[in-house]
Design a protein around this ligand. Sequence first.
Ligand code: HEC
Ligand code: HEC
Ligand code: HEC
Ligand code: HEC
Ligand code: HEC
Ligand code: HEC
Ligand code: HEC
Length: 333
Amino acid sequence: MKIFRFLIVSLLFLICNTYASHAGVFSFKRDNQITSDTTTFVSPFHDDNERCLKCHGQGKYEYTNETLGRQVKALMCSERIVNREDFYRSNHKSFSCTDCHSSEYVNFPHAGELRMEQKYNCIDCHGGDEKFAQYHFEEIETEYQQSTHFKLEEDGFTCWKCHNPHSYKINIRNKDNLKETISYDNAICLNCHSDFNHFQLLTDREEINIIQKHDWLPNQKAHFANVRCIECHTKINNNIPVAHLIKPKGEAVKLCNECHSKNSILMASLYKFESKAQRRDGFFNGIILNESYVIGANRNEYLNLFSLIIFIGVIGIIGIHIVFRISKNNKNY
Ligand code: HEC
Ligand code: HEC
Ligand code: HEC
Ligand code: HEC
Ligand code: HEC
Ligand code: HEC
Ligand code: HEC
């Protein structure tokens, strides 16, 4: 009898373990090795740009007031400050300021009519260019024109509102920098959606309280750190790396099992870059498990089968045990 008891106990232990590993007790996370840019870029226009950055590069600028005949110090408003480090790390780091801005800007005070200057759009430079085909600019443009923000174009909404001309840097999406990508991308939206100063430039609507509007989402903090706004707010498009069609609020993802299920939408959005690894190590959506544990999205087929076998085994052993007990008890009478 002892051997049976031992068997049952050890089997129960095994079952517990199987479920524990299901529940993510065992960590599959990998160390985040951040591959940092070690080479420092030296712009051919460094000196040219300093003509602007001597005023626009920090909070204070100086100029000679010809009338008073002396140097005047003043504060540069924060919106007009261009951070050198960010600029020389951005996609357009090899540019001169005056590639995009009129060269008349070297003069100060800047001429009034420069304010009316027409700015280039992304598509003006990137449209129809083979070199940038992988980014699908044309398709992004089409999606943007169908997005909910497009109606604000007349009030000044452009691609530049999400892609800061002086700091935008495309993110390499891989599992090593996923958390950074998430916070970087969310900051793009929050630049308006948690900063009423920027928001009110484009609409007369009352301030939208993002936290309150999403209070149906349990543990909002964990969610916002692990998914991007665009996961729920854009229409999935398999052709382009980042979907740009932001749907009206009524069409946003609200059902939990859109993510917490085997067919998680995250595989077509956030984890698109490696969705090929779907069944890696026998885990459905194995890649998600590397980064976070999304209840319901990670199931292991082998573990499922294994626990079923164990379950049947245990029932069998208990059955045999009972039969022996009954027959032994019967003999005792
Ligand atoms: C002597 C300091 C100084 C220098 C040099 C300078 N700026 Fe400015 N710039 C300012 C100040 C102050 C403002 C805000 C007041 C204004 O718009 O005139 C400004 C405003 C601007 C604006 C915003 C205009 C708008 O539409 O409101 C742009 C764009 C700009 N500067 C670009 C440049 C570029 C490009 C250069 C270099 C070629 C440059 N600036 C050089 C001080 C300077
Ligand atoms: C790739 C094109 C590009 C380059 C390069 C560029 N800018 Fe700009 N800049 C823009 C655009 C577009 C805007 C208008 C942004 C908007 O509408 O939100 C702008 C706006 C500005 C403004 C006004 C800020 C504001 O929010 O209105 C200043 C000041 C400025 N740029 C300075 C510079 C300086 C200084 C450099 C060089 C270090 C530079 N820019 C390089 C495209 C560029
Ligand atoms: C004035 C022309 C011009 C405008 C406007 C412009 N770009 Fe660019 N962009 C370029 C050029 C040229 C390069 C290549 C720079 C280099 O190789 O150093 C580039 C590089 C890039 C890259 C990196 C490509 C790569 O493979 O390294 C991205 C992403 C990008 N731009 C996105 C945008 C977006 C988004 C906008 C609008 C918000 C925009 N660009 C507006 C000319 C422009
Ligand atoms: C509402 C905000 C928003 C607007 C408007 C917007 N974008 Fe984006 N875009 C994003 C976000 C967020 C990303 C992801 C950034 C990342 O991680 O690199 C992105 C990424 C991109 C990329 C890089 C795609 C890749 O391969 O990773 C390109 C190119 C781009 N946008 C072009 C555009 C163009 C062109 C427009 C205007 C027609 C535009 N965007 C307007 C938010 C926006
Ligand atoms: C898990 C999915 C999900 C995520 C992640 C998410 N949202 Fe939402 N969001 C929704 C849904 C669903 C609604 C509609 C809520 C309603 O109608 O009650 C909504 C509503 C909104 C609205 C409209 C509010 C109104 O009433 O006008 C804005 C703006 C918004 N979200 C912005 C964001 C921003 C910015 C982020 C990222 C920080 C974000 N959302 C992340 C699902 C999401
Ligand atoms: C430059 C500012 C700005 C940025 C950046 C921005 N938004 Fe908005 N967004 C607005 C404004 C303004 C409105 C209100 C539009 C209106 O008047 O109805 C809005 C409305 C919305 C709505 C509600 C649409 C509806 O049906 O009422 C959603 C959802 C939304 N934004 C999501 C996003 C997401 C996701 C991002 C980032 C990818 C983002 N926004 C980035 C300014 C911005
Ligand atoms: C856009 C995809 C998405 C949607 C929609 C979504 N979730 Fe999540 N959820 C996630 C991700 C990713 C995580 C992993 C967070 C982590 O790693 O901590 C998560 C984690 C959780 C957690 C664990 C949080 C914690 O404390 O660590 C709970 C509980 C949860 N979600 C419940 C829900 C419920 C209930 C809904 C529907 C109202 C929902 N989720 C909708 C993506 C989503």
